[in-house]
Design a protein around this ligand. Structure first.
Ligand code: TYD
Ligand code: MG
Length: 474
């Protein structure tokens, strides 16, 4: 509510002093009613527009605008600008050379595979966002990690918004964790969480999950774009100012994106994704952003009765078990982070109907369409009237183009109904002109395959072993 005093010039005539006389009127109160204004907020980038649009004018995402009520923060302090300003405390301008490059101190989480994706461990004041399908093991892994950190001497706080303390205790028992000193708080209100953080001063805190947390300052529902963004900004600010490492658990939408605005990913230091098939026991964690380490590193886990166990030698877990080679299957050596891994690509080509389907699991669908076109144009293999299904075994997602050759070979093998030779692998990128381009670090890939007993390889020429490599002769 605003009071506006209206002063009018009543007497336009000159006064004796020679100046215009201002006469004060009775103060007129204009009540500016705070009207609920509707805004449309993009789920991807957080941009707002006054009208609904099919396409976000800021990031170009389709159908990402959702109706939100324009927030009028109680005080200027809560505006997003202020939240971000606090992320970077003001400091004097100095030449780069004068700034000391200090290495960040890391504390290993006791889970070798998690440390690998984090770049060595938890960093003081670092904020990690970890996303994944429900039931994939986010809470399990984080409970194991905070317990190990607590035991190594870092006070840890586990904030659960989805489960009760008793449920967390039940999970701990299942994991074989006894006598744990980790503090557990079942709370979803941001202000109370921050107050607890301030009182407890933990060195590491897990917020499970950020979508359940809400702030009193905003009127929108928990899980809405505005709430998620605001709460994450506040927690990030807390991490930076207090030095507490914070892990935010995030939900993912149906198409595997982190729910909530993209801006979350920009706010935090590290973004990790859980992937894998919930029906198989293997889980992958991929770093897609890391200010403190390498990206595209992956950690591999197996879900056991006693929680997630790291798999330190994962190269052969994504092969299916066939005694004899079958048509439509080709093994690919993919390089995930620093480790080569063997993944079986399966294809099924089946006579299709009027509009044949192209489906891929774990591989990009657009890329599949492109490879089918290349197969047709440059190799004369027509699949125009056929359904084509391609699957990467074990729920692993493959994004590198080096998979092209294996995908094409699997498709051709299925179409012809002929299996590839026993002990066969392939990798290499295929271009639109039909050329095969080399894959990075080909020698390492070949070595890994040879170690696992593969003896025949089709690879780009530039990836061929320099000196006669016994394993791949003939
Ligand atoms: P959870 O960590 O609750 O998943 P998220 O937090 O990502 O939703 O994992 C739940 C699943 O993991 C559930 O399906 C049971 C399974 N699980 C095990 O197989 N072994 C275990 O020791 C635990 C604790 C869970
Ligand atoms: Mg959970």
């Amino acid at each position: 509510m605003q009071q506006i005093q209206v002063i009018s010039i009543r007497n336009q005539g000159k006064t004796s002093a020679g100046s215009y006389q201002l006469m004060s009127h009775k103060p007129l109160t204009i009540t500016a009613m705070a009207k609920d204004k509707t805004l449309y907020t993009c789920n991807d980038c957080g941009a707002t527009t006054p009208r609904w649009l099919g396409k976000c004018p800021s990031c170009g995402a389709w159908n990402s605008l959702v109706e939100t009520v324009a927030e009028t923060p109680a005080s200027g302090k809560n505006r997003m600008g202020a939240a971000f300003a606090a992320l970077a405390p003001s400091s004097e301008v100095r030449p780069l050379a004068a700034i000391e490059a200090v290495d960040v101190a890391r504390t290993p989480t006791g889970q070798g595979e998690l440390d690998r994706v984090l770049g060595g461990g938890i960093v003081e004041g670092g904020v990690v966002l970890i996303g994944g399908d429900p039931g994939i093991g986010k809470s399990t892994l984080l409970l194991q990690a905070v317990d190990a950190l607590q035991r190594s001497g870092l006070p840890a706080l586990y904030v659960t918004g989805e489960e009760s303390g008793a449920q967390v205790a039940l999970r701990a028992r299942r994991l074989g964790i006894t006598g744990s000193q980790v503090s557990v708080l079942a709370e979803i209100q941001l202000e109370k969480i921050i107050a607890t953080l301030a009182a407890q001063q933990p060195a590491v805190a897990v917020i499970d999950s950020i979508q359940t947390v809400y702030s009193d300052q905003l009127t929108s529902a928990p899980g809405s774009v505005a709430q998620v963004r605001e709460c994450a900004a506040h927690l990030t600010r807390w991490a930076k100012s207090s030095g507490c490492a914070i892990v935010l658990v995030g939900h993912v939408t149906k198409d595997g994106q982190l729910a909530g605005p993209r801006v979350l990913e920009h706010m935090v230091d590290t973004v990790l994704y859980f992937e894998g098939d919930t029906h198989s026991s293997f889980r992958l964690i991929r770093a897609i952003k890391n200010r403190f380490g390498a990206v595209n590193e992956i950690g591999v886990f197996a879900m056991t009765e006693r929680g997630l166990k790291g798999v330190s030698n994962p190269s052969a877990i994504f092969l299916s078990q066939h005694a004899q080679p079958v048509p439509g299957s080709c093994v690919l050596v993919t390089l995930e982070g620093t480790r080569p891994m063997l993944v079986e690509i399966q294809a099924l080509v089946d006579s299709g109907g009027v509009s044949p389907r192209r489906l891929s699991v774990g591989l990009e669908r657009d890329r599949l369409a492109m490879l089918l076109a290349v197969l047709h144009q440059h190799a004369g293999v027509a699949t125009g009237d056929q359904d084509v299904f391609v699957n990467a075994v074990g729920g692993v997602r493959i994004s590198e183009p080096a998979a092209d050759l294996a995908v094409m070979l699997a498709i051709t093998s299925s179409l012809r109904g002929k299996a590839l030779p026993k002990g066969f692998i392939a990798f290499g990128e295929v271009g639109l002109a039909g050329e095969v381009r080399p894959a990075p670090r080909g020698q390492e890939r070949l070595k890994e395959a040879a170690k696992l007993g593969f003896s025949v390889a089709v690879v780009p020429k530039a990836n061929a072993p320099k000196k006669a490599d016994k394993a791949f002769e003939g």
